[in-house]
Design a protein around this ligand. Structure first.
Ligand SMILES: Cc1cc2nc3c(=O)[nH]c(=O)nc-3n(C[C@H](O)[C@H](O)[C@H](O)COP(=O)(O)OP(=O)(O)OC[C@H]3O[C@@H](n4cnc5c(N)ncnc54)[C@H](O)[C@@H]3O)c2cc1C
Length: 449
């Protein structure tokens, strides 16, 4: 009899799991349930659609019809899975019950909504789906002043998009720097300065205390001051959506994500659950930097985990290793990227770091079109292992951060990196000695002091 695979969620994790399951087992019956009305799109592009660089239609890569005809995958949109029965191996959705042999839960995350007055007022938005984007787009038409709560990369990308549309934008942030969790203060500062030059106002050290208004929003109180606005977007972080995970009694870790094996199988009371796989924003992963868990919550991680979950759910064999969670954000003319631990996260984990930094150009200095490039690499003072890196540049941050991610994941020391590192060179593409190698030189010098 054909294997019945049910996948809950049509995001990066769920749709990758579905396609990977199909590539593994040609005869399985694969059904995807999703609450969303659109599938196969990346929420990561929403800020650019709002800015007008693409359309909601263009970012949808495939329809349910494509999956039905090309991959024999049944995608049911607009249906919420209400219940899962692990004993009877069934899910209940839209009043019907469906049996499974293997279940993949890829239900994603939810925007963290601070427990404050006014979050339910008209004019307060979150951004997670295309439909959220459409609602924000409609509201922007009548809005002049927008407050964004949260100066993480999503908040900053939205802030720049709204500014490009001529809105007066204020970003309120509870910490004293932008991109506070994953970027170091010295790397984040140029990004804030760049955005301030574009006219964005920042209110730092200012947790949102209340959203003001009678029926609709008229302002935000943050850090003791009131900021008038017509619209608020909460970019206040993401929490794992554990509704179905907890219904099944699956293990949840100390960071608030579901615990998974390298096969992406779930655990219940410390024992593997053979037929339930989890992937995407709802799981916590093993950190590549240090023993223990981390929350990746990135589109790239969701795809990697979804592939493994889908293959294994279909009876194949695949593993997902520890993660360094490399990220990149494009803020106007700037690219900022990171991997592994920021200094803030390292000290949270109790790791004392030493950092090396170098500045140069993305191309040979004499070749036109190059942009400034700063690379910072951090190592654990005791083991001298590279634990993180960050880059600011006008171009080509991604390739360099992927290179440094390999060093983090392999557990390479700063000394070994310097001994072994080589870079490709051509004047229009790099300096003859890449700035990352100069940063490693600086790091080794400082480790030896
Ligand atoms: C604005 C924005 C920008 C971002 N930028 C980047 C970026 O540049 N780079 C990057 O790597 N990441 C980025 N991310 C993060 C990235 O988008 C997420 O990590 C990724 O989408 C997570 O995928 P997922 O499949 O785990 O979850 P989701 O995409 O959230 O999918 C969850 C799915 O589960 C469904 N679902 C949930 N519960 C149920 C239920 N009970 N029944 C049926 N269906 C259910 C939902 O409808 C949805 O289809 C960004 C996110 C946002 C919002």
């Amino acid at each position: 009899m054909a294997r019945e695979i049910i996948i809950i969620g049509s995001g990066a994790a769920g749709m990758t799991a579905a396609s990977s399951a199909r590539a593994t087992d040609a005869s399985a019956r694969i059904t995807v349930f999703t609450e969303d009305s659109d599938i196969a799109y990346s929420p990561c592009v929403i800020p650019w659609v709002l800015e007008g660089m693409s359309s909601w239609e263009d970012i949808v890569m495939h329809t349910p019809g494509f999956y039905r005809e090309e991959r024999d995958i049944d995608v049911r949109t607009g249906i919420r899975v209400e219940a899962v029965d692990g004993e009877g191996r069934t899910v209940t959705a839209g009043g019907e019950t469906y049996r499974y042999d293997a279940l993949v839960i890829a239900a994603g995350g939810r925007v963290f909504v601070p427990p404050i007055q006014g979050v339910g007022l008209e004019g307060v938005f979150q951004v997670r789906t295309i439909n959220d984007g459409r609602r924000i787009e409609a509201a922007l038409k009548d809005a002049r002043k927008v407050v964004i709560a949260g100066a993480g990369v999503i908040g900053l990308e939205l802030a720049l998009a709204f500014t490009a549309l001529g809105k007066e934008v204020t970003v309120v942030e509870m910490m004293d720097q932008v991109i506070p969790r994953i970027a170091d203060r010295d790397m984040a500062a140029p990004v804030q300065a760049y955005l301030e030059e574009k006219g964005i106002r920042f209110v730092m050290n200012a947790p949102v205390q209340a959203i003001l208004g009678e029926d609709r929003v008229t302002g935000v109180r943050a850090g003791g001051a009131e900021h008038a606005c017509d619209m608020v977007v909460l970019a206040t972080g993401v929490r794992a959506n554990l509704d179905l995970v907890t219904q099944l009694g699956l293990d949840v870790g100390q960071l608030g994500g579901a615990v998974v094996a390298p096969t992406m199988q779930a655990y219940r009371r410390g024992r593997l659950v053979p037929d339930v796989f989890l992937a995407g924003d709802l799981v916590q992963s093993e950190s590549a930097v240090m023993p223990g868990p981390t929350m990746s919550q990135l589109g790239s991680s969701a795809v990697k985990e979804g592939r493994v979950a889908g293959i294994n759910a279909a009876g194949g064999k695949a593993l997902s290793g520890p993660v360094a969670s490399p990220w990149v954000s494009v803020i106007g003319d700037l690219q900022i990227a990171g991997t592994g631990l920021s200094q803030g996260l390292a000290s949270w984990y109790g790791i004392e770091t030493v950092s090396g930094k170098a500045a140069g150009s993305t191309r040979a200095r004499y070749y036109p079109g190059g942009t400034p490039l700063t690379v910072k690499i951090s190592a654990d003072r005791v083991s001298r292992r590279i634990v993180g890196a960050q880059i600011i540049a006008g171009e080509d941050a991604t390739g360099r951060i992927n290179w440094l991610t390999a060093a983090v994941v392999e557990g390479v020391t700063a000394d070994d990196f310097l001994v072994r590192a080589e870079n490709a060179y051509c004047p229009p593409a790099s300096m003859v000695q890449d700035v990352a190698i100069k940063a490693a030189e600086d790091l080794c010098r400082r480790l030896n002091q």
